[in-house]
Design a protein around this ligand. Structure first.
Ligand SMILES: CC(C)(COP(=O)(O)OP(=O)(O)OC[C@H]1O[C@@H](n2cnc3c(N)ncnc32)[C@H](O)[C@@H]1OP(=O)(O)O)[C@@H](O)C(=O)NCCC(=O)NCCS
Length: 173
């Protein structure tokens, strides 16, 4: 498996991983119809926008197998609310179910953290649904629960928690 920075041509494949991973990850948390109605095309449009971002204030990396098939991605950049303690943010990380627990998540998150450090940012947070087993992933990397909020997705009220690292050089990398 290779980790490399994404480019615009990757938008359709990233969108597919994104939607497929939402369907398997959130099947117990979100309505079945909402997940079934997710559209590859709509998600691709969003990824085209992200990957065309000429300001270069966010980074996307993908995990690709030996035949060039994208099986996971992570996306990060500056923290979006102006938090004073956590200046970087992991916006999203998704790996196809079949490829989880093989070390790819760690490789992707540490690539984002390293890229943030190269931009002068060594603190980072990530928002995750409280009931998502991914919390265990962030905890295993030393993430501390630092915030909590309620969100609504498809008319369902859900709790999101933020895991933070004040120094990503200790823990993630
Ligand atoms: C969460 C996710 C990114 C983790 O990536 P991964 O490649 O599966 O994880 P890794 O193999 O790098 O795991 C590294 C370590 O983290 C911990 N870990 C990973 N997933 C875990 C889980 N579900 N529960 C508890 N601990 C976990 C383990 O200690 C693991 O080491 P081990 O496998 O040797 O025990 C991936 O599983 C995923 O894409 N899940 C579905 C989508 C999702 O929930 N994304 C996050 C949204 S905020």
């Amino acid at each position: 498996m290779v980790i490399r920075e994404a480019n615009l041509a990757d938008a359709p494949a990233i969108a597919k991983v994104h939607v497929d991973a939402w369907r398997t990850t959130y099947s117990n948390l979100m309505p079945a119809k909402f997940l079934a109605d997710l559209s590859y095309e709509e998600r691709e449009t969003k990824w085209v926008k992200i990957l065309s971002n000429i300001a270069q204030d966010n980074f996307t990396y993908i995990a690709e197998d030996e035949i060039g098939q994208i099986v996971g991605f992570a996306n990060g950049g500056q923290e979006r609310t102006g938090d004073r303690l956590y200046q970087g943010e992991l916006y999203a990380i998704y790996i196809l179910k079949k490829y989880q627990r093989q070390g790819l998540g760690y490789r992707l998150i540490s690539t984002i953290a390293t890229r943030l450090i190269e931009s002068g940012i060594s603190s980072m947070l990530v928002w995750v649904l409280a009931d998502n087993p991914a919390s265990g992933f962030y905890q295993s990397l030393g993430g501390q629960q630092v915030n909590q909020k309620q969100i609504e997705i498809a008319t369902v009220q859900l709790v999101e928690v933020a895991y933070g690292w004040t120094d990503t050089r200790r823990g993630i990398i």
